[in-house]
Ligand binder design. Structure first.
Ligand code: SF4
Ligand code: SF4
Length: 430
């Protein structure tokens, strides 16, 4: 069994000079950067952040200003798509965060909180179930309405703003389906493994169920392998690469047997990390080859469905939908056509493209919680573009984006419904 012990000190991860040297400072990435678009500040642009990383690589200290600019980055990788020189910015910023983590510059309180969230909560179905049940009681038992009606959230300041982003808990949680196999409808064409996520088991249980149903409708026997865990994407983004490696080893072990045609996820953020296990474990002689093989079979569910002969027996859905590219699908995995192809396959659905659909919505993992102010500014611009389309549905391909866009609809929208692409397919199949 893989070692998945919680170790937060990371010795060797930092931006590589060869990656930093690729940047020729042309600035062609600037307008693709959401933080630069809001602030217009060079140090909060991709080029400026790379410059600061290079300064640290040359011996400058890791100070508060550096940490602030690196943490204000969404790690959305919009700059990576825009860069003509092939700068792998996602790799750079993840390594920069690992270096910050290793420098142990955080306060003891911040370290304790990170240890709890990343080391315990995200890895423990029991803890997530317990917190999910509490969340459900708070949201469904009238307490949330009371707290909001009495204006307590305003008194809580930042915490109150974040409360409004809390995802709804959806019992029965999907944890109960882990370890189970769901047969194909009709003739079995494929055998696939489904990675159910971590928080998604609690807050996107219905989405996970819809994903399984859509795959069944498309001739897939769907296995939800037991022993799987959080993919480690949030850990990588937070600079906790050692911890992410432990989770990667655990997932590789859990899916070693089974002979799956593909390993699937419905979360673009998870998919990008799962496809990069090969890179994450490249220095591990016991796992490097297995990690590479695992990543080779990893597919986003939209990517997979668009690559097979799709079951066209659908009911018409008379809706106008716009598609928000999830950053880790469009920029992290270069998948833009597949989700659109699926939407266009739904009879009756009109796809209305929004301007700047591949600019981040401000979700970015837990960014909307830890960088709430910037996240909300980015969301406001996003919603202006959504509203311009006149669409009544916003489709996307990542649970985090769904939450963020639902908050956007509450704050600036016109009552649009926000769903995952596979949820629309699921509706059309019913
Ligand atoms: S990251 Fe790429 S696009 Fe941006 S300044 Fe550097 S070379 Fe130019
Ligand atoms: S990852 Fe996103 S927020 Fe960060 S520098 Fe690149 S475009 Fe800007």
């Amino acid at each position: 069994m893989a070692d998945s012990t919680t170790v937060f000190e990371i010795a060797s991860d930092k931006p590589l000079q060869v990656d930093l040297d690729r940047c020729v400072h042309c600035g062609l990435c600037l307008n693709a950067c959401p933080t630069y678009r809001v602030l217009g500040v060079e140090m909060d642009s991709p080029r400026g952040r790379i410059y600061q990383m290079a300064q640290v690589a040359a011996g400058a200290p890791i100070g508060p200003s550096y940490i602030e600019h690196i943490e204000l980055c969404l790690a959305c990788r919009g700059c990576e798509s825009a860069c003509p020189s092939g700068v792998q910015y996602g790799r750079l910023v993840e390594a920069a965060r690992a270096e910050i983590e290793a420098a142990a510059v955080r306060t003891p309180g911040a370290r304790r909180m990170r240890r709890f969230v990343f080391g315990h909560l995200l890895q423990s179905p029991a803890l997530m179930t317990m917190l999910g049940a509490l969340l459900y009681l708070y949201q469904g038992g009238g307490l949330q309405k009371l707290v909001r009606a009495l204006g307590f959230l305003k008194m809580l300041g930042k915490l109150g703003e974040v409360e409004q982003l809390a995802p709804p808990a959806e019992p029965p949680f999907f944890f109960g389906k882990i370890g189970k196999t769901f047969p194909a409808d009709g003739v079995r064409r494929y055998k696939v493994a489904f990675m159910a996520g971590c928080i998604a088991n609690v807050c996107f249980a219905r989405l996970n169920e819809a994903t399984v149903r859509v795959l069944q409708k498309n001739g897939c026997e769907v296995v939800v392998p037991g022993g799987q865990s959080c993919c480690g994407a949030l850990h990588v983004h937070a600079g906790l690469r050692h911890e992410a490696r432990g989770l990667a080893r655990r997932n590789i072990d859990a899916l070693a047997e089974g002979g799956y045609d593909a390993i699937l996820t419905n979360a673009a953020g998870c998919g990008a990390a799962l496809k990069e296990y090969g890179e994450l474990l490249e220095g591990d002689p016991d796992y490097a080859a297995r990690a590479h093989e695992f990543s080779g079979r990893m597919r986003d569910v939209t990517e997979f469905l668009a690559s097979i002969e799709l079951n066209r027996k659908m009911q018409p859905l008379a809706i106008a939908a716009t598609y928000q590219d999830s950053c880790h699908l469009a920029h992290g995995q270069q998948i833009r056509t597949a989700p659109r192809k699926l939407l266009e396959a739904v009879p009756g659905l009109t796809l209305l493209e929004m301007p700047l659909s591949d600019i981040c919505c401000g979700s970015a993992g837990i960014y909307n919680v830890v960088q709430n102010e910037m996240s909300m500014q980015i969301l406001k611009s996003k919603m202006e573009n959504v509203n311009r389309t006149g669409a009544d549905v916003i489709a996307t391909a990542n649970p985090g984006c769904i939450l963020q866009l639902r908050a956007g609809v509450r704050l600036h929208g016109k009552g649009q419904r926000v769903v995952h692409v596979v949820e629309l397919l699921d509706e059309a199949y019913r």
